[in-house]
Write a new protein. Structure first.
Length: 264
């Protein structure tokens, strides 16, 4: 299959022991392109995933500070992100947004840092990758107020809300990305959303090392498992997994302006 893992944390310490083998498994499973999310451990290492993107021609990366670490952000960190965003392998800014589930940073500071990063992403001309948990009304309102007019759009990563929220994102030029939680027995609400939205606005991801799909539940997730998300989405849409894989891969390449690899 022609698979793209549109969101994976391959710089994570969970892969320290077997990262090369993990990447080989991804390639063997059909992953042709991978977006390595560049949040890393937080502001203290803003280029965490960049060396992996530089080392592998099929890996791209992002820059950004997760809402969990918003309380640590200084103006110098934002300047460093602006510098890193100029790298040719950086194709998006994120993941950024709001998280009211853990509240690791105060909500007003999360909003302030989210807004500041949208301003930087606008100047860099990069789409944004959104993290949102239990904060959909505030998150979508901020995107409508501070981002919609850029026309750059982005990705609602690991989408976990309602069809109405999905449509609000789609109306602002966002793609919806589905992760391993789509495969969970209790996630019928997500499968209902995935059934309704346009196929040409979907991506698939692992969010590795988190959210392993049902077949690997309880284990460390990795990019090789993104095909499990494609299979579930195929069942939802009554299509072949290969068609879901190729369509979501084409959506990713079209949105980010990435060339289709030779030989595919």
């Amino acid at each position: 299959m022609d698979l793209i893992d549109s969101h994976s944390h391959i710089d994570s310490p969970q892969f320290a022991e077997d990262r090369p083998a993990m990447l080989e498994r991804a390639r063997a499973s059909g992953v042709r392109t991978l977006l390595a999310i560049g949040n890393g451990p937080g502001p203290k290492k803003l280029d965490a995933a960049l060396p992996l993107a530089e080392e592998h021609d099929w890996i791209y990366t992002t820059v950004g500070i997760h809402p969990h670490e918003a309380k640590e952000v200084t103006p110098q960190h934002l300047e460093e992100l602006t510098r890193l965003a100029r790298h040719p392998k950086v194709i998006a800014w994120g993941e950024i947004g709001l998280d009211y589930f853990y509240d690791h940073s105060p909500r007003d500071i999360q909003a302030e840092v989210f807004r500041a990063q949208m301003e930087r992403a606008r100047s860099a001309g990069l789409p944004i990758i959104i993290h949102c948990r239990d904060a959909w009304d505030d998150c979508l309102r901020m995107i409508e107020e501070h981002w919609r007019t850029t026309g750059l759009g982005g990705v609602l990563h690991c989408f976990s809300s309602t069809l109405d929220d999905a449509r609000r994102g789609l109306d602002m030029g966002f793609l919806l990305s589905f992760a391993g939680n789509l495969t969970y027995p209790k996630a019928q609400n997500l499968r209902d959303v995935a059934r309704e939205i346009p196929l040409d606005r979907m991506l698939i991801e692992t969010d590795a090392p988190y959210l392993a799909p049902q077949a690997f539940r309880g284990k460390r997730n990795e990019p090789a498992y993104v095909g499990e998300v494609a299979k579930t989405l195929a069942n939802v849409r009554n299509l072949a997994p290969e068609e879901i894989a190729s369509t979501t891969a084409a959506n990713f390449r079209r949105f980010f302006g990435i060339a289709r690899p030779q030989g595919l």
